[in-house]
Write a protein that binds this ligand. Structure first.
Ligand code: F6R
Length: 369
């Protein structure tokens, strides 16, 4: 059932174009308007929402962190992302005008279940973004939007993460449409761009030899850092989490802008640092800011492993290795830039002889608080 792959994780990474395509499938009508038929909260209520809170744990929380950039930009509704176990115990301000989005692959994560219950007790509406039909979180929520990633067997989440980002984006686009968004052209454009993401993810998979080779060279690493800005920041966090979980290597993700506020002290000659570079066509000066960060750490001896858009020649002078991904709108880039980091963690763990499907001390669903 591993479909000829050496592990479930390898298969699930390879399943990602289909996971995203299936999550997008049949969700637009002929006019391109989104239809989310699992949405059982009435539209009048959704128009009154004045705050969105995404609650989740681990990888699912990073999908939420990615989605926040898109949801706030498209919907102009304040959006917070919080770890479910922190949300539950800090007496959060939520009420009938709060939309809580609970993101969970399994639908059985106890921390997230407790947070959903708490939010509903305060009168908030809850939408579950979940990969498992009929599981507790969607059953206890007001509405569910299912990710169609298919069963995820490997303990470390991969395809569910890409599907969660996709589903959160559909929700954001839906809310933007419903509330009379200010960017109709951008929304139509993003819908079109989302449809071609599965092909682009496939291109990243087809071109993954280089990152596999880098992972094998780096099997003895003691520590790897990950830097990103904007949507690249949660991707950096996810890259670090995958490496910790699978390869048992110290790994940390940082916001690139935070570097000079402390983490740059960690940079010493030979320290490997992955940097996720935003698109050159992106917003403001995101791209050039991240390129300067690469320059700063390179000058201090870091070994820079740069994930950048195809044809990005600006990074070349400061990159020890470049991993290219296809061009796409800034907000969609996590669907591509995460993939080499998943493969990196998997290959490095395999090179160390570890079981990538069953990392030590971890369970697929965490059903205790
Ligand atoms: C990491 C991972 C975990 C889960 C987290 C939430 O690879 O798999 O961090 O993302 O335990 O699980 P779900 O999504 O089932 O609520």
């Amino acid at each position: 059932e591993k479909g000829g792959f050496p592990s479930f994780m390898a298969k699930e990474i390879n399943d990602q174009p289909a996971a995203v395509a299936d999550t997008l499938l049949a969700r637009t009508d002929t006019a391109g308007k989104l239809i989310l038929d699992e949405m059982n909260i009435d539209e009048a209520t959704l128009r009154t929402i004045d705050k969105i809170v995404i609650i989740a744990c681990g990888t699912a929380s990073y999908a939420g962190q990615v989605a926040r950039y898109a949801i706030e930009h498209w919907c102009r509704i304040p959006c917070e992302v919080e770890l479910a176990h922190e949300f539950r115990y800090r007496d959060p301000v939520v009420n009938a005008r709060t939309l809580v989005v609970a993101v969970s692959q399994s639908g059985e994560t106890m921390d997230t279940i407790m947070a959903v219950r708490h939010a509903r007790e305060q009168g908030a509406k809850v939408i579950a973004i979940c990969n498992t039909h009929g599981s507790t979180i969607p059953r206890e929520s007001d509405a569910a939007l299912y990710t169609h990633a298919g069963p995820e067997i490997a303990v470390a989440s991969t395809k569910a993460f890409l599907a969660q980002i996709t589903a959160c984006y559909l929700l954001g686009l839906y809310l933007a449409q419903l509330r009379g968004n200010k960017f109709p052209d951008e929304i139509a454009n993003i819908m079109g761009e989302l449809q071609v993401m599965p092909e682009k993810i496939q291109k990243v998979l087809d071109g993954s030899d280089k990152v596999r080779q880098i992972a094998r060279w780096m099997a003895d690493s003691k520590s790897v850092l990950f830097l990103g800005r904007h949507v690249g920041f949660p991707v950096a966090l996810e890259g670090a989490l995958k490496l910790k979980e699978l390869a048992y290597i110290h790994a940390e993700g940082f916001a690139a802008g935070e570097l000079k506020h402390g983490p740059i002290a960690l940079i010493e000659p030979g320290q490997p640092v992955f940097v996720i570079v935003p698109s050159r066509k992106g917003r403001d000066s995101l791209h050039s800011k991240v390129v300067s960060n690469i320059q700063e750490i390179r000058a201090r001896g870091a070994r820079t492993l740069v994930i950048a858009e195809e044809g990005d020649t600006d990074v070349l002078p400061y990159a020890d290795e470049v991993i290219s991904v296809p061009e796409c709108p800034t907000l969609l880039a996590p669907l591509l830039t995460t993939v080499p980091l998943q493969i990196f963690a998997m290959e490095l763990a395999s090179a160390k002889g570890l079981d990538v499907d069953q990392p030590r001390n971890l369970a697929k669903s965490v059903t205790v608080e």
